[in-house]
Design a binder for this molecule. Structure first.
Ligand code: UGA
Length: 434
């Protein structure tokens, strides 16, 4: 099939590349010409394990193309996926749909034969209706069909998540388009993926409700971790004990820093806005947002306690600053709150991240990037394990730090408290007693 992906961010690029790998002819379009030129040469703008190899392979076999000519790309394709960003609007919780509607206007001018138009971007309920209205101003409704097919992939696991999805959701009442979409996804369905056909609005809401529910699970376990700290219980036991109940499930019950990334913070806000717009108060999700915002303050307070409130000139080393492992994404990472707050109090901060230097900390005083773990940890007073990269899971701190009074605050519970105590290390973690 001939596909066009509009927008080469995470969703557009990963799904475009994977669709081409499944044998389709794909054009990935972006208005950023520099990015398109890089992609044509196999240079990937994001860090995503396995993506570069797949891009190069499918450029070589001529199934994957990149272009900044939107009109031409639309004309050449049968199925068009809208994959542009839907960030949070300034000073509001609403999703900013400017890019989506600009694409819809462009689409309305370029329909030369029947087109299936699909939103893969996360869009609020009724966005599909508006896209349809915009396009139908210039085209007969017989010439196009608007569907919703949300993407559920995680950064860092994106290719695996695309190939082995738990479910594929397609929202549309148009039988002809549904058949085509089912056929497009047939290689994944054959491998066991569930295929769910719903109304367009339901598909739009499934995406938001799923992200909001996962965010709720994380926030819930983080609050239980707070209670575990006061009652000397190990949160890992609670996560396992709860997760064994099949109605609950063990995934997304890892306590840690505030959740971050480009999706959960934005999507939880957007769904509460949708609720407000339709006069439905989504109180659970609103308190999840509040609890997550408080989480970084709470963990900072713990850092101050660990250091006896003497922060000035303390050498604090951060291991990992991205919002999670296997990504270079800094969006809404809790380190963006913690590091500036500690620098303001006079701490001397070094950080190491496998994905390198971060421009976000450039303007902060005494915040420096180390290009190796050894340099980052040398003579540190306090080590903060912020991100769960494999590189940090079996470090010999005594050997690396060269400071007899090492303190470690493991925000991802990567180490066993018992083993750390045995090694005479002052070790603190999350939800495992003080
Ligand atoms: C999330 C969803 O998991 C995807 O299904 C969805 O497609 C994507 O958003 C999106 O809407 O595009 P992602 O943001 O890549 O994916 O990252 P997650 O792996 O879900 O992690 C989000 C945050 O939750 C991270 O800060 C992570 O550290 C935190 N988390 C996750 C925990 O604190 N504990 C857990 O047990 C799991």
């Amino acid at each position: 099939m001939k596909l066009c992906m509009i927008g080469t961010g995470y969703v557009g690029l990963v799904s475009g590349v994977c669709f081409s790998d499944l044998g389709n002819q794909v054009i990935c379009v972006d208005k950023d010409l520099a990015k398109i030129n890089k992609l044509k040469n196999g240079i990937i703008p994001i860090y995503e394990p396995g993506l570069e190899e797949l891009v190069k392979k499918n450029i070589k076999n001529k199934r994957l193309n990149f272009s900044n000519n939107l009109k031409e790309s639309i004309k050449k394709s049968d199925i068009i996926f809208i994959c542009v960003g839907t960030p949070t609007k300034r000073n509001s919780s609403n999703a900013d749909l400017k890019q989506i509607y600009n694409v819809a206007k462009e689409l309305s001018k370029s329909i030369n034969k029947f087109k299936i138009i699909i939103t893969k971007s996360t869009v609020p309920v009724t966005t599909g209706d508006t896209i349809e209205n915009i396009i139908s101003k210039k085209n007969s409704k017989k010439k196009f069909s608007v569907l919703s097919n949300p993407e559920f992939l995680r950064e860092g696991e994106a290719i695996r998540d695309f190939i082995y999805p738990d479910r594929i959701v397609v929202g549309s009442n148009d039988t002809k388009s549904n058949k085509i979409l089912k056929n497009l996804y047939s290689p994944l369905i054959a491998k066991g993926a569930n295929y769910l056909n719903t109304s367009r609005r339901a598909a739009e809401l499934i995406k938001y409700a799923s992200n909001a529910f996962l965010a709720t699970k994380i926030t819930f376990i983080n609050e239980i971790a707070n209670l575990c700290e006061k009652t000397n219980i190990n949160i890992d036991d609670i996560s396992i004990g709860m997760g064994l109940d099949q109605r609950i499930g063990g995934r997304f019950l890892r306590a840690g820093p505030a959740y971050g990334g480009s999706c959960f913070p934005k999507d939880t806000k957007a769904i509460t806005s949708t609720g407000d717009n339709f006069k439905t108060n989504l109180t659970v999700i609103k308190s999840v947002i509040k609890s997550n915002e408080d989480r970084s303050k709470l963990l900072l307070k713990r850092v101050y306690e660990i250091l006896n409130n003497k922060i000035k000139n303390k050498k604090i080393s951060f291991l990992g600053v991205t919002f999670k492992a296997n990504t270079d994404d800094m969006r809404d990472s809790s380190s963006l709150k913690m590091i500036p707050a500690l620098s303001k109090k006079g701490a001397l901060i070094r950080y190491y991240d496998p994905t390198g230097f971060k421009k976000e900390f450039k303007k902060h005083k005494n915040v420096n990037y180390s290009d190796t773990i050894i340099k980052c940890l040398y003579k540190a007073d306090l080590i903060i394990i912020h991100t769960e990269w494999n590189d940090f899971k079996s470090l010999d701190f005594k050997k690396l730090v060269k400071n007899k009074k090492i303190m470690i605050f493991d925000m991802r519970n990567l180490y066993s408290p018992k083993k750390m105590i045995k090694k005479n290390l002052k070790y603190f973690s999350v939800g495992r007693g003080l």
